[in-house]
Design a protein around this ligand. Structure first.
Ligand code: ADP
Ligand code: MG
Length: 360
C-alpha cells in the first residue's frame, strides 16, 4: 500500500509545490514551522481544494484536479490524528471507538476491535469519558478510532506536540507498534529530530513548501542540505545490532563491523537498535587518539564539508558504521586541513539509543 502526492497550491503569501511517495511504515514529514507540513496533511485529508493536485492511495484516486475529482474527507478512508485528540466529549472511549467503526466499509469483527484495544493499551479506559483521560491516553484512543474506521492511511499532524515529555514517552511506543505491526502507511508530521530518529522509516524534508530531501531516514537526516531545517538537532542515525553484554556493565554494539560501546542496554544480543549521534557530540582527530576517556572512535573519510550558521562547519564522515556528522568550527577545519577525501577519526562523546528494533 502506498500514497502518491502531487500537489501545487498557492495561498496569498505561501505556495507548496511537491511530489512524493509514501510507502508502508512511517514516513515523517519533517520541516520547521511554516514550511507547509499541515497544508500537505490537509490536502491529503481533503480539508481544502488544492489548485492542482493528484493524490492517490494504492491507485485509488482521492483527488485529481484535472479530472475535477475531489473525494470528500469521509470517503477517503484516511484517518487523521491532530495535536488534540478531538474525541467526542459526551461519548465514552468505547463509544468513540464505535463511532470510528461505523465509518468502516466492512464489518469490523469484535476480535479485531479487541486486538486494537490491546495494542493501544486502552482496555481499562473503555467506559471512561475523554475529559478524565490524560493527553497521551486520549491520543491513543484517537489512533484506535482512526484505525477502526477502516483507514488505509494514517495522517498524524504533530500528534505529540501538545504533550509533555513524560506523555510523549508514553505514546511513542504505540506509534512504533503501528509502524511494525500494521501494514498501512503513516504520514507523520514532526519538527523534532529525536522523534524522527525514533520513528521514521522514510523522511521527507520540507522547506518553504518544497521537498529538500527524501529517502531513508538515516540518509536524509545526515544530509547537510536538509540540516538548515534542524541544525540544532543535526546528527547521524546508525543501525547496529547488540553484539555482547560485558561484565563491566557495558553493552557492545556492532555497526557495519565497527564496535561501539554503551552503558548497559536491556536489549538482547542479536537484536537491532537505532543509534543517534548528535553532531555536537563528535570531535575529529587526524590521528587515532590514545589516552582518551572516550570509548567510541570511528575511522572514516571526509565526504562533505558544509558551512552552518556562525563559525560552525558540519563535516560528514563516511565510516564503516555509516555516515557520522561532526559539528566543528571553521578554525578547526583549517587547523586540521580537512578536505574531502581526508581520512580522520570521529571521537564520539555520547551515543544514544534512538530505539530498539527498526522494524525494517
Ligand atoms: P507548518 O504545518 O509546516 O507549520 P502550514 O502548512 O500550517 O505550515 O503553513 C504554511 C504556510 O501557509 C504558513 O505561512 C501559513 O500562514 C500559510 N497558510 C496555511 N493555510 C493557509 C490558508 N488557509 N490561507 C492562507 N495561508 C495559509
Ligand atoms: Mg503545522
Amino acid at each position: 500500500m502506498s500514497l502518491h502526492v502531487d500537489l501545487k497550491h498557492r495561498f496569498r503569501d505561501f505556495a507548496v509545490d511537491l511530489d512524493f511517495e509514501v510507502p508502508e511504515g512511517i514516513t515523517v514529514l519533517f520541516g520547521r514551522s511554516g514550511s507547509g507540513k499541515s497544508t500537505v496533511i490537509r490536502a491529503i485529508a481533503g480539508l481544502f481544494k488544492p489548485d492542482h493536485a493528484r493524490i492517490s492511495l494504492d491507485g485509488r484516486v482521492l483527488c485529481d484536479s484535472e479530472a475535477k475529482l475531489f473525494l470528500p474527507p469521509h470517503k477517503r478512508r484516511v484517518g487523521t490524528i491532530f495535536q488534540d485528540a478531538r474525541l467526542f466529549p459526551h461519548l465514552t472511549v468505547a463509544q468513540n471507538l464505535d463511532f470510528g467503526r461505523r465509518f468502516s466499509r466492512r464489518d469490523v469483527p469484535e476480535r479485531e476491535v479487541a486486538q486494537m484495544v490491546e495494542m493501544l493499551g486502552i482496555g481499562a479506559l473503555l467506559e471512561r469519558r475523554p475529559d478524565g483521560l490524560s493527553g497521551g491516553e486520549q491520543q491513543r484512543v484517537a489512533i484506535g478510532r482512526a484505525l477502526l474506521s477502516g483507514a488505509e492511511l494514517i495522517l498524524a499532524d504533530e500528534p505529540l506536540a501538545a504533550l509533555d515529555e513524560g506523555r510523549k514517552a508514553e505514546i511513542l511506543p504505540y506509534f512504533e507498534r503501528l509502524r511494525d505491526e500494521i501494514a498501512i502507511p503513516v504520514l507523520y508530521v514532526s519538527h523534532s529530530p529525536a522523534e524522527v530518529a525514533r520513528l521514521a522509516t522514510t523522511v521527507i524534508a520540507l522547506e518553504a513548501g518544497r521537498v529538500i530531501g527524501e529517502g531513508a531516514a538515516d540518509l536524509v537526516l545526515s544530509d547537510p542540505a536538509v540540516l538548515p531545517v534542524g541544525t540544532a538537532g543535526a546528527g547521524a542515525l546508525l543501525r547496529a545490532t547488540v553484539h555482547a553484554h560485558h561484565a563491566d556493565g557495558l553493552t557492545e554494539l556492532s555497526a557495519g563491523g565497527a564496535a561501539l560501546f554503551l552503558p548497559h542496554l536491556e536489549t538482547p544480543v542479536g537484536h537491532p537498535v537505532r543509534l543517534r549521534i548528535a553532531a555536537q557530540d563528535v570531535m575529529l582527530s587526524l590521528d587515532r587518539p590514545t589516552g582518551l576517556s572516550a570509548l567510541n572512535i570511528l575511522s572514516g573519510v571526509v565526504s562533505q564539508i558544509s558551512p552552518t550558521q556562525g563559525a560552525g562547519v558540519l563535516v560528514v564522515l563516511d565510516t564503516d558504521a555509516g555516515r557520522v556528522l561532526s559539528q566543528v568550527t571553521r578554525r578547526s577545519v583549517a587547523a586540521l586541513n580537512l578536505r574531502e577525501g581526508v581520512r580522520c577519526h570521529a571521537v564520539i562523546k555520547t551515543v544514544s539509543i534512538a530505539r530498539d528494533n527498526i522494524g525494517a
